[in-house]
Design a protein around this ligand. Structure first.
Ligand code: SF4
Ligand code: SF4
Length: 315
């Protein structure tokens, strides 16, 4: 049960209902949290959360992000440069890496990834993964970890904006987005579709290099591209037998079984349990910090071991 200050601002509906828990039909997600207040039924709680005094470390990280948020996009060149979709895919990915993204992949946009009330006409989402410093993340829910999340969301926003600017200089429009606020598109589904990893029990992606120690950003565009494929290396099966995040989550928002959510059976974070604790700590992050995949150096070895095991089972 949320603390009284939060209960008084809670709308007359469960966040899990808004998220489509138990629904068998595929539908677009409804904006719920970290969204424009006029779009979410949790506006009152979100406004209260945003007005809470922040720890100096978090305040500094937020202030440092302001110039990034205000950075203008480059003008759109009048004549689009022509290349093959294979060539564009290669140069866009290289540019994203040069700009600082640790992960980059291309997903063909799907309507069910777009929040209700938004229109997205672009064909492609160029997904960006931005590594976090695990030495900071592992202090979660201390403000050090939250400040690191803010910093890396800022870096993701910067990479996305600069990649969009670079595309615009080539004559192709680019629409950047970085967290922590949600934009027009859910970020996890396209990141899974383009091979960033598998969904973990903690509701975040497990990547075979970075574990869950990274943040997402993206650029929407119509430049000709080729999609990347999803990647499975055994993380989902690993989660079936691991309970580290489940037992570490203070409000018990994670469960041992998957749930049906808007037509898909998957790991799910109980919104009504997670968000009050998240609000109290200004960001939590315990579940991704304790995930064994997030420990530096562990993910590549574990992924290789599970892949070898999968190959032996197939042979
Ligand atoms: S963010 Fe915190 S409260 Fe939410 S699921 Fe993870 S550990 Fe639990
Ligand atoms: S802590 Fe364990 S159960 Fe949770 S996401 Fe990581 S591997 Fe999966």
């Amino acid at each position: 049960m949320p603390p009284k200050a939060q209960r008084d601002l809670w709308p007359d509906v469960s966040g899990n209902t808004i998220n489509g828990l138990g629904e068998s039909a595929v539908r677009r997600p409804e904006p719920i949290y970290h969204h424009d207040p006029e779009r979410t039924r949790f506006a009152a709680l979100q406004t209260w959360f945003r007005g809470l005094p922040s720890h100096p470390l978090i305040g500094k990280a937020r202030r440092d992000r302001i110039p990034i948020m205000e950075e203008p996009l480059a003008p759109l060149a009048p004549t689009p440069l022509q290349r093959t979709s294979a060539d564009w895919s290669a140069v866009v990915k290289q540019k994203a890496r040069d700009l600082g993204a640790e992960l980059v992949g291309i997903a063909r946009m799907q309507p069910e990834w777009v929040f209700d009330g938004f229109d997205v006409s672009q064909k492609w989402a160029v997904m960006l993964g931005i590594a976090m410093d695990h030495a900071e993340l592992r202090t979660a829910p201390h403000p050090r970890a939250i400040a690191e999340v803010v910093r890396q969301y800022g870096r993701g926003t910067q990479v996305a904006k600069r990649l969009a600017s670079w595309l615009r200089a080539q004559g192709w429009d680019g629409f950047p987005h970085g967290g922590p606020d949600a934009g027009p598109v859910l970020m996890i589904p396209p990141a899974l579709a383009c091979g960033f990893g598998e969904l973990g029990k903690h509701g975040s992606i497990i990547n075979p290099d970075l574990g869950s120690s990274f943040r997402l950003a993206y650029v929407l565009t119509d430049v000709p591209l080729e999609p990347d494929a999803p990647e499975a290396f055994g993380a989902d099966g690993f989660c079936q037998h691991c309970r580290v995040c489940e037992t570490a989550c203070p409000p018990v928002a994670l469960t041992p079984a998957k749930h049906l959510v808007r037509g898909e059976t998957k790991w799910y974070v109980d919104f009504d349990k997670c968000v009050p604790y998240f609000n109290d700590t200004t960001g939590c992050g315990i579940c991704i910090a304790v995930c064994p995949w997030s420990l530096p150096g562990v993910a590549p070895k574990l992924a290789a071991k599970l892949t070898r095991r999968q190959q032996r089972q197939v042979a």
